[in-house]
Ligand binder design. Sequence first.
Ligand code: HEM
Length: 173
Amino acid sequence: MKGVIFCCLAELVKEKMGVDKWRTILEKSGMSPSTNFLPTEDIADNVIAQTIQNTCTVLNFSVEQAADAFGDYWVNTYASKIYKVYFNGKNTAKELLLNMDSVHKTVTQSIPNAHPPRFDYKWKNDNTLVITYHSKRGMIDFLLGLIKAVGKHFKETLIVTKIDATQIEVVFP
Ligand code: HEM
């Protein structure tokens, strides 16, 4: 997976929990405590998975808590700064979410062998969208946290429910 995800997690943990916690997480994950990756670098999925698992252990977070914290930081601090272009002209959670399949395809197109998550959208009724998640990484809990964070970004109350390992229902106001 693209190093930018790792960089964002590092910044979040260092800023909110302190640099020592991040160093512990890196060591527990078999890396030097001074490890840094470039945002554009490709990092093996198992390294990311291991780092997320150790983040939960060291911070005593459930996967859901980690996913919510990551989602909020990614959408409302990190990506809204460095990937501002994808937020420009989007005025509602609905508009941003419906563009996410195309954003992930675009952002990773210059990386050889990239496997970005892909999303299918199906409307159940005027306000209820079912998003189907396609990725071998099985990060549906992170998808949930990210969608909730998009609601917060636009100050909208979304009802976000995990249906199963590949589907999430979003009810818009
Ligand atoms: C506009 C801001 C965003 C940008 C630029 C962006 C970009 C990225 C990038 C570069 C990756 C790594 C993909 C790879 O290496 O294959 C990623 C992962 C991911 N993104 Fe986003 N993303 C954004 C917002 C979101 C939002 C709002 C969601 C949820 C609706 C989301 C869902 C995910 C998930 C679940 C992953 C984990 C990888 C996987 O499941 O396979 N992203 N994103």
